[in-house]
Design a protein around this ligand. Structure first.
Ligand SMILES: *Cc1c(COP(=O)(O)O)cnc(C)c1O
Length: 389
């Protein structure tokens, strides 16, 4: 049943790896669909034409496991990866031979030498970071590669225009640095008609012209869908690879990359008038049947995401509050004796997407993915190999 957890294309998938808690001990099963991840990469790459498609794998590959994600994307030809922290880049090291790993947050002061020794490439976000990396190059006795990030209008990270001007006026500040990428980040890319997008594009073009000539990068997932003028030499998709809709106003062009199924812990019948769960936030109007499932807010299921589970096509609404380790669902719609302890119900899958769960929780798909906790059994599935005749 969980075999098609992630839904979407291709029903014949096989488990290629497992991780986390053993299946028989776990309360819930997280399925990561590497085949759909690879299809999503291919779809973005096709949309990008000649521009390079990198992979953003910060926060442990948005919670899916960066090493697995990197291996799957490498198999599709991805050679450039972005993480947020230097520790994430160092942890990734062994899984990415022949690949570049950029550290988006730049380097915390004091971590430069380890970073240089490990061959990790920082994104330099300030004159201070430029100076520290230039110093590290001097100590290393060679030029060190880096990306320069420009703040084109998000006010979060990168050299503000005044610092770009300082660098342009004094190129010796970059003497020890090989500028391999000039990049910036869009604040409003998921709103295609937002005038901030062409505004940032114009600022990026103006500011990067003042810096050493280097490949350029502006687009994240949603930026790719703003049109080819946003593609430059390299795009940096993250969330679209993982199946979240990069075009929120339109149907999702990506395939789902995860499924989540929770185990039934026990079932019961209650009489009308009975209080249900913490604070008796719900009360049975009539006799009903309930199941308690092994998933809660400690697993990253947002407490506010009061939605439903699914058994086949049957919607099983949550009743009362989400607990730390469990949720009570209404199974009255199922024939008696359908669900038993250990049976799985769908929480994320063909009937309920990551974006649906995000909407229930009043958050975004990014947060649903990166909240997924450590108590799951994880199954990594991929396509069946082609049958050899
Ligand atoms: C996270 C991030 C990305 C990826 O963004 P998505 O919206 O997940 O595609 C790209 N660039 C930067 C600078 C980021 O911080």
């Amino acid at each position: 049943m969980a075999g098609d957890a992630a839904g979407g294309e291709g029903r014949n998938k096989r488990v290629v790896a497992t991780a986390g808690v053993p299946a028989e001990q776990a309360g819930a099963i997280l399925t990561i669909d590497l085949a759909n991840l690879r299809r999503n990469y291919r779809a973005l790459k096709a949309r990008l034409g000649d521009a390079e498609c990198a992979g953003v794998v910060k926060a442990d590959g948005y919670g899916l496991d960066a090493a697995h994600v990197v291996r799957a994307l490498s198999a599709e030809g991805c050679r450039t990866f972005f993480v947020a922290h230097v520790a994430e880049a160092l942890a990734l090291g062994p899984s990415v031979p022949g690949c570049r790993v950029f550290v988006l947050n730049g380097l915390p002061p004091g971590s430069e030498d380890a970073c240089a020794a490990a061959g990790v490439t920082p994104v330099l976000n300030s004159l201070e970071q430029v100076r520290a990396w230039d110093d590290a190059a001097r100590r290393a006795g060679r030029r060190l590669p880096a990306a320069l990030q420009i703040d084109s209008g998000m006010s979060r990270m990168g050299l503000p225009p005044a610092e770009v001007t300082v660098l342009a006026a004094d190129p010796s500040r970059l003497a020890g640095i090989e500028t391999v990428l000039v990049m910036s980040h869009l604040a409003c890319a998921d709103e295609p008609i937002n005038p901030a997008n062409p505004g940032q594009l114009a600022a990026f073009e103006r500011l990067r012209a003042m810096l050493p000539a280097a490949p350029a990068s502006l687009a994240n997932s949603s930026g790719i869908f703003l049109g080819s003028q946003y593609h430059h030499d390299l795009a940096r998709p993250g969330v679209a690879l993982y199946g979240v809709n990069p075009t929120p106003a339109l149907p999702n062009p990506m395939l789902p990359a995860i499924g989540l199924h929770a185990k039934v812990l026990q079932t019961r019948e209650i009489l009308g008038g009975t209080g249900i769960g913490y604070a008796h936030a719900a009360r049975a109007a009539n006799a009903m049947r309930l199941a308690t499932i092994s998933l809660g807010y400690a697993d990253g299921w947002h407490r506010r995401a009061a939605g439903a589970a699914f058994h086949g096509e049957t919607r099983l609404p949550f009743v009362g509050r989400v607990s730390m380790d469990s949720i009570i669902i209404d199974i009255t719609a199922l024939p008696p004796d359908t669900l038993h302890a250990g049976d799985l119900v769908e929480l994320i899958g063909p009937h309920q997407s990551v974006d649906d769960v995000a909407a229930l929780a009043g958050t975004i798909g990014y947060e649903v993915l990166t909240s997924l906790g450590p108590r799951f059994h994880r199954r990594y599935v991929d396509d069946q190999p082609e049958k050899t005749p």
